[in-house]
Ligand binder design. Structure first.
Ligand code: SAM
Length: 241
């Protein structure tokens, strides 16, 4: 395990909003430090929990507080149709452990928060060690948290600090790279993906130990960012003994 300072530009005490039942469910399941959970209809939340998340139903029932719809709307950027919003402390400031037996996803200057959220979600599902995002987009922005359905709490999600990843093989993904051979994908790789419009920077390409491609049918230029993260991570996961 490598120790790495979690980068949190808003400071260690910042809180984030979890918009909707699934975001709150995942946050509870993965040990988020919840400050508050509010709902328009407490009983409706209890019904959803017993149907979709019995493992956290008792805990949710204990913490959820019924409030007027205006209060839920005030806390969310887009009021969720389930009428439930959680407020959780954003992890950061303290040292973060990045497992050495699984890859880290590095997103170089992504622009689209929905893509960032989808990448976090698939990284959590595939069991990646963490997600590191460079550039000005904060991966803990509300739109990104919505896109991950609260799975930011399932693994370290860091903003910046790519230097701290030194010592792990750096594999850059690019449609023009060498065909990816899953059997040769090191478990501790940093898998680097380029920005949506321009792809990888020259700097990252030059620093990489290899530039690899998901082979595509002729005529197709590239995959969407989150789709390519998903394909590589699940190729790694399914190819793992
Ligand atoms: C939407 S693509 C960028 C498209 C850009 N015009 C280019 O050609 O690189 C965003 C990122 O997804 C990854 N990607 C997309 N398709 C890929 C493929 N077939 N093989 C490997 N990586 C791919 C790359 O990391 C790429 O930088």
């Amino acid at each position: 395990m490598r120790r790495l300072e979690g980068s949190n530009p808003s400071g260690g005490t910042a809180v984030v909003a979890l918009e909707g039942f699934h975001a709150v469910k995942h946050a509870l399941r993965f040990g988020a430090d919840l400050v508050r959970v509010v709902a328009v209809d407490r009983e409706a939340v209890a019904r959803l929990a017993s149907e979709l998340a019995p493992d956290v139903a008792a805990e949710l029932e204990r913490v959820v507080e019924e409030v007027p719809a205006e209060e839920v709307a005030r806390l969310a950027t887009r009021p969720p149709h389930t009428g439930v919003v959680g407020i959780a402390r954003r992890p950061g400031g303290e040292a973060v452990e990045l497992a050495r037996d699984r890859p880290v996803v590095l997103l170089e200057e992504p622009r689209d928060f929905g893509n960032v959220g989808a990448c976090v979600r698939v990284a959590a599902a595939a069991g990646a060690a963490g997600v590191v995002v460079t550039g000005e987009r904060d991966p803990w922005a509300p739109e990104a948290l919505r896109g991950s359905a609260g799975l930011h709490f399932a693994l370290p999600v860091l903003h910046g600090a790519p230097a701290a990843l030194d010592g792990r093989p750096l594999l850059a993904l690019d449609p023009a790279g060498e065909p990816l051979d899953v059997a040769r994908l090191p478990d501790d790789a940093v898998l680097a993906f380029g920005t949506e419009r321009r792809g990888l920077s020259d700097t990252l390409r030059e620093r990489a130990d290899a530039v690899l491609a998901l082979p595509m049918r002729p005529g197709v230029s590239s995959l969407n960012l989150a789709t390519s993260v998903s394909a590589v991570l699940f190729a790694w996961r399914l190819g793992r003994r």
